[in-house]
Design a protein around this ligand. Structure first.
Ligand SMILES: [Zn+2]
Length: 256
């Protein structure tokens, strides 16, 4: 089994939106990441990044409200299809896709995988399909609402049935956020936290972002991830951490 980190966008936003106790007004460019797990029984893609249209026509893709808060800084090739091509893969080579959640920077490329089976937590998809039903959570249908084989999960899911690739419910950032736990043959553990933890600073100082659905639920999920890192010895890959990303091997080099 191999795991690869893919660059699926860059976004500039206010640093205080990600680390809520900082002073507002510091623009910050953060990476958007996806992960490809190449398992003997098939390939799983964790998150599909920002849609390539967002770089060329941000107003049309993201809408007027969102582009007041953030700027897409991706370069050509910083999206999922060309990133897979670095590994010699096409979308149809991917059997499973999991979305950590349905914000635009995690499911923008979903439409490119019409043949894959998608794993999403049930509360995430149900909330996304009923705009306004869950306050402060209204992802864009343009990103997730495609003729896609969504399979709704209720909690933990062992993707290949051998304990090596497990989706973990880490609700709070959104109603049904999930992270990915990977264990290799030597029992080394890697966790792709996605937006359950944006940066190392959020985990080390126990600070939540401004963008979230439920702070107490998110804090519990952050504690679960922190125990995996600090007690179980897992390597934690944060959702949008520029410093960590600089030192992370990127496809075609494997991260595990
Ligand atoms: Zn995100």
């Amino acid at each position: 089994m191999r795991v690869y980190a893919l660059c699926t966008g860059y976004i500039e936003l206010d640093r205080a939106s990600m680390v809520s106790d900082l002073k507002p007004g510091q623009p910050w460019t953060v990476p958007v990441t996806s992960f490809l797990v190449d398992h003997p029984r098939g390939r799983l893609l964790f998150d599909t990044g920002v849609h390539c249209q967002a770089r060329l026509d941000p107003l049309a893709r993201l809408g007027p409200e969102r582009i007041k808060r953030l700027t897409v800084k991706s370069r050509a090739g910083d999206d999922v299809v060309p990133q897979l091509a670095r590994l010699g893969l096409k979308p149809d080579d991917v059997r499973y896709v999991a979305n950590s959640h349905l914000h635009f920077d995690h499911c923008g490329g979903n439409e490119f995988f019409p043949r894959a089976a998608f794993f999403v937590q049930r509360p995430e998809l149900e909330a996304a399909r009923r705009p306004g039903f869950v306050p402060s959570y209204s992802p864009s249908p343009i990103d997730f609402d495609h003729p896609i084989d969504y399979r709704m999960l209720d909690g933990e899911h062992d993707v290949f049935g051998d304990g090596s690739v497990v989706l973990l419910p880490t609700y709070g950032h959104t109603p049904g956020h999930q992270s990915l736990l990977i264990r290799d043959a030597k029992k080394a553990q890697l966790v792709c936290a996605a937006d359950a933890c944006y940066t190392r600073e959020n985990m080390d100082r126990d600070v939540l972002p401004n963008v979230l659905w439920n702070p107490s639920v998110m804090r519990e999920s952050l504690a679960v991830l922190r125990r995996l890192r600090d007690q179980a010895g897992a390597t934690m890959l944060y959702g949008h951490d520029p410093a960590q990303w600089e030192s992370t091997p990127q496809a075609p080099a494997p991260v595990m």
